[in-house]
Structure formats: structure tokens, C-alpha cells
Design a protein around this ligand. Structure first.
Ligand SMILES: [Zn+2]
Length: 514
């Protein structure tokens, strides 16, 4: 039955898409219009009612697996199996990549910080210093190296840039313990730079203004540094900094238990290998609920786009990604991009991201690739503005509203733009509150959240806006198909983008401590 049904469906589709393929442009139309014609034809095939069938399945999977589809749970694995089987049957070359995530962090005994030379002295835990949560375990005795500290401390809080720039570590001797003042950038950035410079451990110390002298507990939210990290008082920091050559013993007795999950990657059979159009959505939910809008909606719309696009012999290679562990800190996409060679990264001409596309009280937000809103983060890598324009054209031609949303790095495009890859996408709103102005343009309820069930148990199949799902699924189909045929609007990587790609260091997680 299944085989026969598939054959019938295939035949119908081929007929449907053969029309535009055989389409003869009127004398006045340029051949440049053909990608648009093909993209519109594909777009008309990606229907909300079919996308909804995938959402029904995600809901069933959550129901059968404790109410969620979170990374590392059977609900996620079942979601991945469902998408994988559909894509395989449609003819994609399907693979997975491993994703690690922290499950728990345990400290077995209090950390130790001792000055060994020039003076033997033991600092008090917790009044002089504290373990940084998520620190790796380790027991190191080594010389201190002060990194770009402002001593005496600056009068204004949050002004020291110590350790924020890789250049602060010029001359850092690998194997030493970095002594780094609190200041303008997240602690995780400082530790990342210290790791790159070969540090064997990190001692942070408070910046030194009134109210900013004691140690306090915080989670650095990165478990892979591989060296011990503590946070000390300003007094300890200054004490350690005052004599060049000071040696310390730093010991943290802790361990992170790491879980494993997977990203699902599907490559089209067609298209030039060196010209990859990539589109992704995170497949994991939070543990609180089934995650049908966040992000069943983006996953299902992308899956349906892939199933319909499978029948089109595209000019460029199309790669679909279903990310794991997005909700745990964008881990799937981060680890995927970090695992690519520069040559592989450079083949990815652009990345489209879809994370929540059917919010109940929706606004059609488009990632602000050109920074025309001048809000928050700046423009994306060259080409991001053109992607935003393509979506604007899709909605504009249909008389539908749209609005920019800051490239704030809150979803899986973050690793791509950090690596200089242009990106864009659609987002219909999360916990933010709809303004009266937005309600006037997009309808819905002002002064209420875009998604009333964001990250909650009620993000179920009833938390879907059918009209938004249909509209945005078609836009996803349009943009993916358009770029599958035409990358002429996407410029070659400029110097800035190539530099980002070469650097491609880890980004700081959202709300990172600083
Ligand atoms: Zn999401």
C-alpha cells in the first residue's frame, strides 16, 4: 500500500512541477525570471495542511514519550527517526553528526587555591574564592600570568576589557594560569581566549569597584575548557598580581556528565557540490512540553519543503539540517559548524533558519540581515541583506506584512553568521509582547505574548496558528527553491566574512555572565 501510494503521489507531483519546468517565458520576460517561477511553483506545493500532518506526528511522539521531545530523550530520537525515514524515502543522502551536551555537573570536594611562591599561603573557600560552575576538574601548579588587568581597578564598573580580545594573550606562555579581571565581556569569552592561548587554568577576580570586590557563584555554561576555573575576590587578584613570577596551586574536584544526541543532515542528490544552499530548524523541544510551535513548526515546514523539493533537479546542492540540543544552548548547530573544515564552510553559500513559524499571536519577523532597524547586533555577513530582501519580496507581492527582528544570535543561525556565512529566516515570535502597532498590521492581540505557550507544557498541537503555518511554510519553500536555482544575488565572501570564517571561534551563550 505504501509503495503504491507513494508512486501515485510522485506522479501527481511530477505533473504539477513539470508545468513550470516546461514554461516558456513570454518574449518580454528575461530568463532571470525562471528561478522565481520555479520557486513559486514549489511554494504552491508546500501546504500548511500537509505540514500539519508532521506536527500531528510530533505530538503523538511527545504523547508516547513523557510529553516532550527534548535532546537526549526517546521523544527526540523518535522525532529524528520520523524525519530521517521520510527524507531517505524521498531520495536524500541522509546522515547524522554527533552532538554532546552537559547533563549534570558535580563537585566532589571544595576547590583549592594556594600561593606556592613567593609566599606559601592558602586562600579561603568560599570567602576568598569560589569554583566557577561547569569548571572542568584539574589540579595544576603553575606560574600566574596577568592578562591585561587594570590595576589599580578603574573607578567606573564594567570597564576592564581584560581577556576580551585574543590580542590580550599575545605573549602568554602556554601552561601558565591566566589571572583575568572581571569586566566588559562575558567570562566565557575570556576563558575561550585563555584556552586558545594554551592556559592550564583560569583565575578570574572581581573588577574592584565598591560592591564589585567579593567572589560570587556563576555558571560559565561551557563544560569543555578542560582546565580548572575559579572566581576570586579583588583582594586575592591583586595579591597574586603584585609579584611577577608568582606560582599557585589551583585544584577543582568536579566532573561534567556528558550526554549524546545527533543532528540530522540531508543532502539533495542534485546540484553543484561546491554551491550548497543550507536550511535548518531545531528538532528538539524543551523538557517542559512537546514543542509543537517551538520548533515542531519550523521542522515540519522544512521537512515538507524537502519532500517536495526532492523531485526537482536543482542547480545547486540543497542541504537540510535538523538540529539537536538547540534548547540546551545552540549546541547542535555550533558543534556542526565547528566540525567543518574551512573548505567545507566556504561551500555553504548561505544558511536559512526557521525556528517558530506558527505562533498563535504571530508577527512575521524576518531576520534583520541589513541592520536596517539599527537594533542590537549589527548586519549579518554580506548576502544576509539580500536574503532578507527575498523574503520581503515574497510577502510584499502577496500583500502580507513583515517586520525586521534583530540578528541577536538566539537561534541556530548564530554559528553560521559567526563563521561569515550569510543567513536569514522567518520567526513568528516567542515570549515577547505584541505591540498595538503590530496588532494593527498583523491582527491578533496587543499586550499579549506572541506565543502564549512558549517553552511550556501547552506548546501542543492546539498551540498552532494554521494561517501562519500555511503562509510561512510556503515562504520557506519559495526561498529554499529560489536559492536552489539562483545564487546570483549572494555575493562572494568579502574580506570581513572570510576573516570571521577563519576565526570562527565559539560565541558566548545568551545571557552569559560577565
Ligand atoms: Zn526554538
Amino acid at each position: 500500500m505504501r509503495l503504491r501510494r507513494n508512486l501515485v503521489r510522485t506522479a501527481t507531483l511530477v505533473t504539477a512541477v513539470t508545468l513550470p519546468l516546461a514554461f516558456t517565458p513570454p518574449a518580454s520576460a528575461a530568463t532571470a525570471d525562471i528561478p522565481d517561477v520555479l520557486a513559486n511553483a514549489l511554494s504552491s506545493q508546500v501546504k500548511g495542511k500537509n505540514v500539519k500532518k508532521h506536527l500531528d506526528r510530533f505530538q503523538q511522539i511527545a504523547d508516547a514519550n513523557g510529553g516532550n521531545r527534548a535532546a537526549g530523550t526517546p521523544g527526540y530520537d523518535a522525532s529524528l527517526a520520523y524525519v530521517r525515514d521520510k527524507l531517505r524515502r524521498a531520495g536524500y543522502k541522509v546522515s547524522t553528526t554527533d552532538v554532546e551536551f552537559p547533563v549534570s555537573w558535580e563537585e566532589f570536594s571544595p576547590s583549592v587555591l594556594q600561593q606556592v611562591t613567593p609566599e606559601a599561603k592558602t586562600y579561603a573557600n568560599p570567602s576568598d574564592f569560589l569554583t566557577v560552575i561547569d569548571s572542568s576538574g584539574g589540579d595544576v601548579t603553575a606560574q600566574i600570568q596577568v592578562v591585561d588587568a587594570v590595576i589599580p581597578p578603574p573607578p567606573a564598573p564594567n570597564t576592564s576589557t581584560a581577556g576580551c580580545e585574543a590580542a590580550d594573550f599575545a605573549g602568554f606562555v602556554p601552561g601558565r594560569i591566566a589571572l583575568i579581571q572581571r569586566g566588559t565581556c562575558p567570562f566565557v569569552d575570556k576563558a575561550t581566549n585563555a584556552k586558545a592561548a594554551g592556559a592550564a587554568g583560569v583565575i578570574f577576580f572581581n573588577e574592584g569597584q565598591p560592591g564589585r570586590t567579593d567572589p560570587f557563584s556563576f555558571d560559565i555554561r561551557e563544560w569543555r575548557f578542560g582546565f580548572p576555573i575559579v572566581f576570586a575576590s579583588t583582594a586575592v587578584g591583586l595579591d597574586l598580581a603584585d609579584t611577577p613570577g608568582t606560582t599557585v596551586r589551583l585544584k577543582v574536584d568536579a566532573k561534567t556528565t556528558v550526554g549524546q544526541t545527533k543532528n540530522l543532515i540531508a543532502d539533495s542528490l542534485w546540484g553543484k557540490k561546491g554551491e550548497v544552499v543550507m536550511a535548518g530548524a531545531h528538532l528538539d523541544s524543551v523538557t517542559e512540553g512537546p514543542g509543537i510551535n517551538d520548533n515542531g513548526s519550523g521542522s515540519a515546514a522544512l521537512l515538507e519543503t524537502a519532500l517536495k523539493l526532492a523531485y526537482l533537479p536543482t542547480k545547486n546542492k540543497v542541504r537540510f539540517a535538523f538540529w539537536g540540543a538547540e534548547e540546551l544552548g545552540l549546541l547542535g548547530s555550533d558543534q556542526y559548524v565547528a566540525g567543518l573544515s574551512q573548505a567545507e564552510r566556504d561551500k555553504i553559500r548561505l544558511y536559512l533558519n526557521f525556528d517558530m513559524v506558527a505562533s498563535k499571536n504571530d508577527v512575521t519577523f524576518l531576520y534583520d540581515g541589513d541592520d536596517s532597524d539599527a537594533e542590537g547586533a549589527g548586519a549579518g555577513p554580506a548576502g544576509s541583506a539580500e536574503i532578507e530582501k527575498l523574503f520581503e519580496k515574497f510577502y510584499g507581492k502577496r500583500g502580507l506584512g513583515f517586520k525586521g527582528t534583530d540578528f541577536d544570535g538566539r537561534s541556530d543561525y548564530g554559528a553560521f553568521i559567526a563563521a561569515g556565512i550569510p543567513a536569514g529566516g522567518i520567526f513568528t515570535g516567542a515570549e515577547g509582547i505584541k505591540t498595538a502597532e503590530e496588532a494593527a498590521v498583523f491582527g491578533g492581540t496587543a499586550d499579549a505574548p506572541y506565543d502564549p505557550c512558549y517553552h511550556a507544557a501547552c506548546d501542543s498541537i492546539t498551540n498552532i496558528n494554521a494561517a501562519a503555518l500555511d503562509r510561512n511554510s510556503r515562504a520557506i519553500g519559495y526561498a529554499t527553491a529560489f536559492y536552489a536555482y539562483d545564487l546570483s544575488t549572494i555575493p562572494d565572501r568579502d574580506a570581513a566574512s572570510l576573516a570571521r570564517s577563519a576565526a570562527a571561534t565559539k560565541r558566548a551563550p545568551e545571557d552569559a555572565a560577565r
